[in-house]
Design a protein around this ligand. Structure first.
Ligand SMILES: NC(=O)c1ccc[n+]([C@@H]2O[C@H](COP(=O)([O-])OP(=O)(O)OC[C@H]3O[C@@H](n4cnc5c(N)ncnc54)[C@H](OP(=O)(O)O)[C@@H]3O)[C@@H](O)[C@H]2O)c1
Length: 321
């Protein structure tokens, strides 16, 4: 089968289209014939091996899991021993190791049945961003009527956070660059502001919950935007040093938290099939949509990651083998 694989960390040049044997699913695993794979900043971080502290867990010289792609939608090709929820031929979506390929392995508990009402492209864009959004909303304990700010509202996590927070009854303000403001409004934000021209301090003290997905705002500013007793959810980790990234900011938030009136929550999302079931229900009810911005052929996956990191994708990018 064809796959986009890397043997060392670096820029997108390290990603090569190669022919490798089709993997066999182990116990509790499923082999999925990939119809579409979402493109995420998680893939970009794995490609770069940054922040470098990640390499202690993921592989010193190159990633132990060599094929990129972690969001998948496709058809079950083979099931491993003990798999009970899926059969050959089922359409599924969820988390995978190595979805930028013709076939990919997923643990059974990280998949859900694909919503019949949406395409594989749409389904493939949702597990990482949608799952993160569900877990962030749960952690923040959003209540109907809450004013919620989403910084980075036009990206892979933001497009789902805006919609799911609105479904939870919140009044959402989205922050994005000018080209993504219409998208953010179309997803249900009551207001969308351009961070390049708008001074966010005009919203001081307004929000019950602030999600920082872009990861670029000082903690003091995030506190200023949030009400007393409100919650500040740190989702994104862009910027910061190559070694630690935004880890320092997250540590400061944890140290600060007991002494300030707001709750700092550092989100570490997990890939849980139960969240994907929740996404499926929303898609089938027609109250959630997956904004596919751009599609790429498998061989163009390196360019897809470059475009994502450059902020050129409104909504989500998808690779189609
Ligand atoms: N904590 C967790 O468990 C978890 C889970 C998933 C993802 N993440 C992290 O969350 C981050 C976002 O992931 P993603 O998939 O949503 O990435 P993405 O698709 O690249 O979206 C990020 C968005 O942030 C916007 N942005 C960039 N700089 C900004 C700024 N200064 N102010 C406001 N918005 C800005 C970009 O929009 P413009 O192009 O308009 O600037 C872009 O749409 C990444 O760091 C990822 O690693 C964390």
């Amino acid at each position: 089968m064809r796959a986009i694989r890397q043997t060392e960390y670096g820029t997108s040049d390290v990603l090569k289209l190669v022919d490798i044997p089709k993997p066999d699913p182990g116990p509790g695993e499923v082999l999925v014939e990939v119809k579409a794979a979402g493109v995420t900043m998680g893939d970009w971080h794995l490609m770069r091996g940054e922040p470098e502290i990640m390499r202690l867990a993921l592989g010193r010289r190159g990633p132990n899991a060599a094929v990129r792609g972690m969001e998948v939608s496709g058809v079950v090709a083979t099931v491993g021993d003990g798999v009970t929820r899926f059969s050959v031929g089922d359409e599924v979506f969820g988390w995978s190791t190595g979805a930028f390929a013709d076939y990919a392995i997923s643990p059974e508990d990280r998949l859900a049945k694909k919503p019949a009402s949406i395409s594989h492209e749409e389904a493939a864009t949702s597990p990482f961003g949608g799952g993160t959004a569900i877990q962030g909303i749960r952690a923040a304990r959003i209540r109907p009527g809450d004013e919620v700010l989403v910084i980075g509202a036009g990206g892979g996590v933001g497009v789902f956070l805006v919609q799911l927070a609105r479904l939870a009854g919140a009044r959402v303000t989205g922050v994005a660059s000018a080209g993504k403001l219409d998208l953010v409004r179309s997803l249900g934000a009551v207001d969308a502001v351009d961070y390049r021209v708008d001074d966010l301090t005009r919203f001081a003290g307004r929000f019950a919950v602030v999600f920082d997905i872009a990861g670029a705002r000082p903690l003091g500013l995030l506190r200023r935007l949030t009400r007393r007793r409100g919650a500040i959810v740190l989702v994104g980790a862009e910027g910061g040093g190559r070694m630690l990234g935004r880890l320092g900011r997250n540590l400061r938030a944890a140290l600060w938290s007991p002494f300030v009136s707001q709750r700092f929550i550092t989100l570490t999302a997990s890939d849980d099939g139960r969240d994907f079931e929740q996404l499926r229900e929303h898609f089938e009810a027609g109250d959630l949509r997956s904004p596919v911005g751009v599609t790429y052929a498998l061989e163009d996956a390196p360019r897809a990651l470059d475009d994502l990191a450059a902020g050129l994708i409104p909504g989500k990018a998808v690779v189609i083998p």
